[in-house]
Design a protein around this ligand. Structure first.
Ligand code: ADP
Ligand code: ASP
Ligand code: MG
Length: 427
């Protein structure tokens, strides 16, 4: 019997009415003969509400390590929505049982608020499935080797769903959300954005890692590693639409090698407002400087993204990089207190009003001049580029946050993403 995993995001679970609709949709699949595992997010706004309460009591201070308690707290949002969904399914006449991450268990490392899934035990879930039940597993959370509840980072329910699908060798993982698929860019920013019928795994990985919130990056990594068939689709279609029609809707993430097919040069545009720029000014331009700065930051478990080192003047240079905005205060404190005095740096400054805009496309492999076309387009809009980073299939720029929407719209037009194209649908 085929096994399907459904994931429902916060908006899709946002009220009892919507939970009832989710239950009816899941019941339709179950009655059609599928074994069903459902991974819900917390009801919309709930995670923010809970984390907001914590912030009221203890505004984030470097050195105040209450990550464990944030996880205890944040994980309750999904526990509530999962139990409510089980109740709604039972009201539909189905046998359903909900499990928290620790009950499965979904085992993670101990990095509170951004834990990584290490393994998932399938015994209990399989026994319930074999007994004919719909199994609901909380998104966003797991348990560490010491028995502490952990959470997987914002948007982490996508990762829970794909990891569960991989562990159970599910036939497909369907990510139901509040848009009807993956678009050329966020349709809330560019109304002309188009839905892609298919997107290659590699492009999806870059889009997600460059900030497209439609899928959490780690969910795409899992899908790639374990080849989990995965589709993004709308939870807002009527629950009783034809199951086969529903199963073909949305956007499929493909793993085929499309090297031979004609590709759009740029397939999508991603943006990220979650980063901040840190600059260490006036450091000696000697071997080991990059290591001393970036190494100290990485040792504090802070991820460093775009890095730039300026040409030196008089033996001194400036070194800049970006980190997640939530890590800005911690990074500045670390650099000012420990690293800058050691290096004899003149100054450490932070700027949170930046954003990163990226163009992504497998077609960039075989086309030259794509980055310069991007830079020309931004210069025509008078947008100053502060940092640049490239990979084989993407180019990212860091710019002033206030130009983000302008940049995304201009690039979307520049690379003809507003136009109906077959290449994406064929990609
Ligand atoms: P969920 O709660 O279902 O997980 P999210 O809010 O996390 O939903 O993700 C869906 C949102 O992602 C959409 O509402 C949309 O605004 C945003 N988004 C960003 N980039 C894209 C994109 N390229 N395609 C589709 N949606 C995108
Ligand atoms: N509820 C969590 C969040 O808001 C996880 C998720 O929705 O995927 O980030
Ligand atoms: Mg999400």
């Amino acid at each position: 019997m085929a096994l399907i995993v459904h994931k429902y995001g916060g908006t899709s679970m946002g009220s009892t009415e919507r939970i009832r609709n989710v239950a009816k949709r899941v019941a339709k699949w179950h009655r059609a003969g599928y074994q069903m595992v459902v991974v819900p997010s917390a009801m919309s706004g709930e995670t923010n509400r809970l984390l907001g309460l914590a912030k009221e009591l203890a505004p984030a201070k470097p050195g105040v390590a209450y990550g464990r308690e944030l996880d205890q707290l944040g994980a309750t949002g999904e526990q509530a929505s999962s139990a409510l969904l089980a109740i709604a399914l039972q009201a539909e006449g189905l046998d359903a049982v909900s499990f928290s991450g620790w009950q499965v268990p979904i085992k993670t490392d101990s990095s509170h608020t951004k834990a990584r899934i290490e393994s998932i035990e399938d015994v209990r879930v399989k026994a319930e499935l074999d007994a004919g039940k719909v199994v609901i597993i909380t998104g966003f959370q797991g348990i560490d080797p010491l028995g502490n509840v952990t959470t997987l980072g914002r948007g982490g329910s996508d990762t829970s769903a794909v990891a569960v699908a991989a562990a159970l060798k599910a036939d497909e993982c369907l990510i139901y959300t509040d848009v009807d698929g993956v678009y050329t860019t966020d349709p809330r920013v560019v109304p002309e954005a188009r839905r892609m019928e298919r997107v290659s795994f590699e492009e999806m990985l870059e889009m997600a890692s460059m900030g497209s919130k439609v899928l959490q990056i780690r969910s795409v990594e899992f899908a790639g590693k374990y080849r989990v068939p995965m589709r993004v689709l709308s939870s807002f279609t009527p629950w009783d639409i034809d199951l086969n029609e529903e199963a073909r809707s949305g956007t499929l993430i493909t793993f085929e090698d499309n090297e031979d097919m004609e590709q759009a040069v740029v397939s999508g545009i991603a943006f990220n407002r979650d980063e901040a720029k840190v600059s260490v000014l006036g450091v000696p331009d000697t071997p080991g400087i990059a290591y001393q700065i970036v190494g100290a930051v990485a040792d504090a478990n802070i991820e460093v993204d775009v890095i730039i080192q300026n040409v030196s003047k008089g033996g001194l240079t400036d070194f800049s990089f970006t980190v997640n905005r939530n890590d800005l205060a911690k990074t500045l404190e670390l650099l000012k207190d420990q690293v800058a005095p050691q290096l004899g740096a003149a100054e450490v400054i932070g700027d949170a009003r930046i954003c990163k805009v990226s163009i992504v496309g497998i077609g960039m492999r075989s086309h030259v001049g794509v980055a310069s076309r991007m830079f020309r387009c931004l210069s025509a809009e008078n947008i100053n580029i502060q940092m640049i980073s490239t990979s084989e299939i993407k180019t990212s720029v860091v710019i002033d946050e206030k130009y983000m929407e302008l940049a995304v719209r201009a690039l979307h037009r520049e690379f003809d993403l507003d136009q109906p194209q077959d290449s994406l649908a064929q990609a």
